[in-house]
Design a protein around this ligand. Structure first.
Ligand SMILES: Nc1ncnc2c1ncn2[C@@H]1O[C@H](COP(=O)(O)OP(=O)(O)OP(=O)(O)O)[C@@H](O)[C@H]1O
Ligand SMILES: [Mg+2]
Length: 265
């Protein structure tokens, strides 16, 4: 079986965990020598299956690089990444592409739907790309889960931004992936619509047992997560569990202005 059970230093005492995402000593360096940029400086973490994690941090702290490495879109310079128990760091490009299509879901700020396809065709696209027969019953099921049962035959251009992002979430969930990676999924939406989208991601975790990893700049968005990991200069500088938007915002302020926070303490 692909399942890999293993203890991690972050794990609570008790039975071994079923980790959806594991990073061990992950480094990502751009360039070499004196001009090298250390985007990730040694990330160690393990995220339990069926949980919602937010990644925050100042601009340039390594959030996008982290997501790309964790999702197999970029290769770390050093260290290993496991997804759903499979080490992806050594996989060939073909195997990695196949794994991304069948076992990962992606949600982006810009929705990234294909305008010429219907909503239903967009949702089953991951199945088609993986060479499987599109499962229309499954498409109807996930579209109902995101509240778009009646929009299957529409085109993305006929939907609001929030509805388009719902389609993107349905597409991300259609293969029942090990992990859904979301990069600023609410960045282009107003506050009310953003809350609906975050509620859907929360519901995917609580109701369907999905694992969600979301990069966000917004403390209110991060407050929907079970935990927030704060990146600073390529390292995990802090973490909060079950925190409020206020607590998260305060921690972000401390991270971005450490000298000021230190002087005020
Ligand atoms: N392709 C690249 N070549 C060189 N340096 C890069 C490359 N991509 C990212 N970097 C650098 O790596 C560091 C981390 O970048 P990253 O994009 O991960 O930050 P981020 O936290 O996502 O920032 P933002 O909040 O602005 O999106 C930055 O110093 C950035 O300039
Ligand atoms: Mg970024």
């Amino acid at each position: 079986m692909g399942l890999r059970k293993k203890r991690h230093e972050d794990a609570p005492a008790g039975p071994p965990h079923d980790w959806a995402v594991e990073l061990h000593g992950v480094r990502r360096q751009y360039g070499r020598g004196g001009s090298a940029v250390h985007a990730l400086r040694g990330i160690d973490l393990a995220l339990p299956r069926g949980t919602f994690t937010a990644i925050m941090g100042p601009s340039g702290s390594g959030k996008s690089t982290f997501l790309q490495c964790a999702a197999g879109l970029d290769r770390p310079t050093a260290g290993t990444v496991h997804l759903g128990g499979t080490e992806i760091t050594g996989l060939s490009e073909n195997k990695l592409t196949a794994l991304r299509r069948t076992r990962l879901g992606f949600v982006f700020q810009a929705f990234n739907l294909l305008p010429s396809l219907t909503v239903e065709q967009n949702v089953v696209l991951p199945m088609r790309l993986a060479g499987h027969r599109p499962d229309r019953r499954r498409a109807a099921e996930v579209l109902a889960q995101v509240g778009l049962a009646d929009k299957a035959r529409r085109r993305p251009g006929q939907l609001s931004g929030g509805q388009q992002q719902r389609v993107a979430i349905a597409r991300a969930l259609v293969t029942r992936p090990d992990v859904v990676f979301a990069d600023e999924p609410t960045g282009a939406l107003d506050t009310t619509t953003a809350a609906e989208i975050l509620g859907l991601l929360r519901q995917a975790v609580d109701g369907l047992g999905s694992t969600v990893v979301m990069v966000t700049h917004d403390p209110a968005a991060a407050a929907w997560a079970d935990r927030v990991l704060f990146l600073a200069d390529g390292s995990i500088a802090d973490r909060l569990e079950r925190a409020s938007a206020q607590q998260i915002a305060a921690r972000m302020t401390a991270l971005t202005a450490p000298a000021y926070a230190g002087a005020a303490a």
